[in-house]
Design a protein. Structure first.
Lengths: 95, 95
DNA sequence: AGTATATATCTAGAAATATCGATATGCAAT
DNA sequence: ATTGCATATCGATATTTCTAGATATATACT
């Protein structure tokens, strides 16, 4: 687990915001599937282009904070709580 | 407590390294005072210029991870464990 | 006063990150 | 096959971070 890359992923307010929304998706998105929330619904809530949102989600996924499921033309993203718990533990241990 | 600024401060391997050395300063530095370790001793261990090291320490201090004590011409730095514990708690709560 | 040492600050160029528009890819429906 | 979405990727530019050298500041010692 590369903590530096994780800190870099978290060093952006929008990415942290997205992570926060996904904590309680039903409070923040109208359409929530077991696989998560689709990119365009996340895009609606941030004032950023589709390409930026897609990249942000990739960055979060690359370090394990979220996971994706492709279904047809949609990609659903949700938090990877198991991994997040490991990351938290690692931060607490290492910091 | 501004977590984004904290994540930015931590998004650099050298700064994290310094923080780690200061966890057990006696294991990593020959001269350790109750006020901490001086800048030039830290500089000796990283292959970076004095100005960069000084700036890195400022960044860490600005977000509360370390604290400094000026004594004569020396500035000693050490971890701010109280604040670090609060930061850890905040990360665990927010993430 | 003059010199040496430790640290901080300023300025600037290089490297990395942010961000967008355009394009590509893949799927769905006609 | 073609059209229309949803998402991903590419290429370019703007912004931020990294990093060093030069300079400033403060202290210590002759």
């Amino acid at each position: 687990m590369d903590l530096i890359r994780i800190y870099k992923a978290l060093a952006n307010p929008i990415r942290v915001q997205i992570l926060h929304w996904l904590k309680e998706p039903h409070h923040h998105f109208s359409e929530v599937y077991p696989e998560g929330v689709c990119v365009s619904d996340i895009k609606k809530k941030v004032q950023l282009s589709q390409s930026t949102v897609s990249q942000y989600l990739s960055i979060l996924q690359d370090v394990g904070l979220i996971q994706s499921t492709r279904q047809g033309q949609w990609t659903y993203y949700k938090r990877n709580e198991t991994q997040i718990d490991k990351i938290k533990q690692s931060i607490v241990d290492q910091l």
